[in-house]
Ligand binder design. Sequence first.
Ligand code: GLU
Ligand code: MG
Length: 767
Amino acid sequence: MGLLSLGTPLDWHESKQYNEHVRENGIIQLINIFKQHGSRQNDVFYWGDEVEYMLVDMDDASKTAKLSIDKDYILSDLNDPEKPKSYQKCVANNISFHPEYGRYMIEATPLRPYHGDRIRDYLSVEENMARRRLVSQSELPSHIKPLTLTAFPRMGCPEFTSPATKPIGPASQSLFLPDEIINRHVRFPTLTANIRKRRGSKVAINLPIYPDRNTKLLDDSIPRDRDLFPSDREPSLGAARPGHVYMDSMGFGMGSSCLQVTVQAKDIDEARFLYDSLAAWTPILLALSAAAPVFKGYLVNQDVRWNVISGAVDDRTFLERDVDPYPGYDLVGGLDVPEEVRDHMRLLGGVRGVNGDRVINKNGDTKVYTNQGRPLQKIPKSRYDSIDNYLGDTTYSKKKPYFKDEYNDINSPINKKVYDQLVNTPYFDDKLATHFAHLFIRDPLVIFSERLDQDNELSNDHFENLQSTNWQTLRFKPPALYPKDLSEEALAETPGWRVEFRPLEIQLSDFENAAYSVFITLLSRVILKYSPDFYIPISKIDENMATAHKVDAVLKDKFWFKSFDSWNLDLSEFVGYDLSWFDRFINHGNDDLAADEVYVKGYSERAVRRFSNDFEPAYETCQGFNESKVPIRELINGNSSFPGILRIIIKYIATDLLSAETNHHCSTKELALKMLRLQSYLRLISYRASGKIPTTAHWLREQVLKHPEYKRDSKISSRINYDIIKESTRVSQLEPDILEEFFGSTISEYLMGTGAKEYDMANGVAH
Ligand code: GLU
Ligand code: MG
């Protein structure tokens, strides 16, 4: 989740005097990056995924499942060349393990990225994921399982850790989460404490409780009489909202797991277009991957983790959020403002001030400055949130750009000093400067005393300090600074301009996680190949983000998207490329159906120019930017006049990905097996979009609702927690008797038949 510097992290009250220092040097480093890499070209389309796991202690005797917080040593072993047995397993299996926020968490990625032109690489991702599970499991006792759960259902309930711990830690001051769940690396407890200190209160996340028949719309797990920290009073001062599950610590969010996919563009202009084009897909994929209906032992009335993390790292003061402080709390939180300003703010008591004079004016500005001269402003979003600005495609599609200034239509404050500095260099146009100037409204959260002074020609730690703690739905990733004497070949091997796709919830099985990773990567490929126009106003994407949180949003709700007839594609090009294209391609004979109707790689020249008549569109169209509200099933699978993104992807596979390996027919069994797996990946996305099979969130909710111990009170007992995790483990292991309810008959038949695949680890190096 970010940069791990070594050294002594500074407490917020000490570190805040260096905020401007970090920003100033971070910007010089950014400019140096652009100087070094602005004209970097022709990078290979590499891609990679990141999977976050929770180590869960499954006790089958007592029927409990707990987060295991004393097995984090495996991460050091797996990364320690001095421990050749563990370390070599990673190198030999092309995997790499990383620390994450939770002491019970591990993250794993491929060691070397995949190549976007090679079909075999799209198929090796699942095997690579399977190896990560095997390798981490081989370092753990058999009752500790590395599981891909988005949120641990009883996180923050009594006795949810193994070994047991008490929530009395000074870093988070949480009423529910012990500090022992936080990664031991000093960065993480400091991050936790500094967010609280900057904000001037604990974070407060309130999720609506799922209203079932016997549900009391009251979070009765909040201890009312603890007197350990002054912050213990916050729930009764207004932090806890009636009818909601209340959570008060960074761990509730950053302790969740997700799936991220990063792709490399050939140059900065392509990366900008990709970033912009993926933006509209972020809420769609959040809804399609929904996997988190339970938090802190409650069924909640939403399906995803996103707003939980957003709230969990929300370091904005009351003033910046434009809300009145709790009685006795400071509007300006822990900010570095002159004492007389703080006193004045205290006198005012609220954002409205005296005589109705608001502290914040209409534009979100104030007359309040920090000691370092930075003006305070209203900040509409948390630093973990959806993106605020498009980067613009004018540099990419010079002839006929799609982007219009009006698409950047939300109030997104910028650091004016940074903006002015950037536009005064030859490297940043208005859009790019705005993007980074927005990221630089934030303060650094953790500063290491040993890293205060850096060589800005060689190091980019100060830049990364801010960049990597702006956790948005997409991340625009510049290359790092590399030594000047690096040869051209060596430079070409270093990471270039990349885009990271971050909203996806983690899925239970490697099969699903591979499917979503492949889908995002192929989506990126078709964006670059066909240049569709996906621009809609950012405010509409934000509306979609809220919609994506709803229960079963993927089926029940519609989402703003560019109207299908405005994608700027010749839609008739994609006729014939539905999921059955794979069958036609694989089965010889089906390819020449009749003398006069020849399928070229599955495409029928005479196919009826219709896609399917399953759905009749009933769109709500918005005048102005050609966006409509559409159901996700149509966006993915198409309707009678629109191919859907899957056909576009399948055509790309047929005409571009395949051309490297085969010409016209599927000639080998090996290729046929690969294509069937690719078909199953896309089928998973297709079926989730159409509701033929449930999302993980829907399935998990069902597991609770039908559990014999469930009292229709929205509460997840320790036994329910164990049972749903046990069932989830069975899905992860693709146990035959659970597949059909989870994947439906077609996919489960594939998984049990042709697709059954034992990764050949026997001769490998995983043991
Ligand atoms: N675990 C976080 C999430 O679920 C992401 C942390 C990271 O950026 O790696 O979104
Ligand atoms: Mg991570």
